[in-house]
Write a protein that binds this ligand. Structure first.
Ligand code: ZN
Length: 362
């Protein structure tokens, strides 16, 4: 290959990556390449073995092999070679989880080079599609490498993850648990009281909360009794568990028409309310009701409700208490439409959030 082309390769790969649509192309998972190296070989031996296979592999197997080679280079702490391999994977058609492994690898290679600022964006990109163990490790690294406090639940990942931190890295600071990690604020209706179904297994641990996001359920509801609220909660949980495939209700707290504060997803579990990595450290509070008219749906959705005075009062109290429990600044209180293209939580709550937080996003 002419020398100039070799020099251009990283730029070409970058262009390919930039041209890719925002929605990742998820192709079939790569099948494992035809064979794997003999178990007796060490990392350097396995690398040589793969190097010898490369020319005979088709494009999909080639990308898979480069991913494995990148991980072997990391094991040998060869950051530049590792990065080269991972960038090749990003330029190929691979599945979302393989893309995430390559992003993680690029992030780790930069950590080895002591370039935290370059590492963190790649680690954050990887988060959504890694398996749970790798996710925990990457969350730990994102916090620890930037000198942020690490929540206690992530400490389990420290023994392996610390290998990637630059050698001059100081002592990792551990966040003290909130007063009572399961109940930082008093609720008016617990999960047991609304007869929640058990949580499914596909949840992630919550890091120490550092932001709060306000939603509406987008489901018309006028009920005022505790029984009506309880059955509405079961309805929302079914929507989230069965239709959306989530572990549980997406929000940590909900507020019914009478202003009762209701326990949703336990606060030590990451929520599912703001899309992907936006959920990290993000407490979801949902005001029950439909505050945006939805003309494309059936008649009961057409007219927007207004949140009640009691709901607004509870919202303000809950946000204040959560901010105090976790030391969350006022400007870290958001509305859902800040994160994704949605009308949630509707104009009334959006304007409340704007006034409360002092932020003017749009
Ligand atoms: Zn929302």
């Amino acid at each position: 290959m002419p020398h100039r082309l070799v020099q251009l390769l990283p730029i070409l790969l970058l262009l390919v990556a930039c041209a890719a649509p925002v929605q990742r192309q998820v192709t079939r998972g790569l099948e494992p390449p035809v064979a794997s190296p003999p178990a007796s070989l060490d990392a350097a031996g396995r690398l040589d073995w793969w190097q010898n296979q490369l020319s005979g592999l088709g494009p999909a197997d080639h990308a898979e092999a480069r991913l494995l080679m990148g991980e072997l280079h990391l094991e040998l702490r060869e950051s530049t070679e590792a990065r080269q391999a991972f960038y090749e994977v990003l330029g190929a058609k691979v599945s979302a989880s393989e893309m995430a492994r390559a992003e993680r690898g690029i992030g780790l290679s930069y950590l080895l080079d002591d370039r935290v600022g370059l590492a963190v964006p790649h680690l954050e990109k990887a988060l959504g599609d890694l398996d749970m163990r790798a996710q925990g490790e990457v969350r730990y690294l994102i916090a620890a490498s930037q000198g942020r406090t690490v929540s206690a639940d992530l400490l389990a990942y420290a023994p392996q993850a610390d290998n990637w931190l630059p050698s001059n890295h100081g002592q990792v600071q551990v966040a003290s648990a909130p007063k009572d990690s399961n109940a930082p604020i008093q609720v008016d209706m617990t999960r047991a009281e609304w007869r929640a179904a058990p949580m499914k297994s596909n949840w992630d641990p919550m890091v120490t909360p550092y932001r709060i996001t306000v939603h509406h359920t987008a489901e018309p509801f006028e009920g005022s009794s505790r029984a009506q609220t309880a059955s509405q909660m079961q309805f929302i949980q079914r929507l989230h568990q069965n239709d959306k495939g989530w572990a549980d209700v997406g929000y940590h707290y909900l507020i019914d028409r009478e202003g009762r504060l209701i326990e949703g997803r336990p606060i030590d579990r990451q929520g599912a309310h703001a899309t992907g990595t936006n959920n990290i450290g993000n407490i979801g509070i949902c005001v029950i009701g439909n505050f945006v008219g939805q003309p494309e749906r059936s008649a009961e959705y057409h007219v927007a409700q207004a949140p009640t005075q009691k709901q607004m009062a509870t919202l303000e109290r809950a946000v204040e208490e959560l901010r105090e429990s976790y030391d969350i600044p006022r400007k870290h209180v958001y509305h859902h439409s800040k994160f994704t293209g949605t009308l949630c939580p509707g104009p009334a709550l959006i304007s409340w959030v704007r006034n409360y937080s002092g932020n003017r996003w749009h």
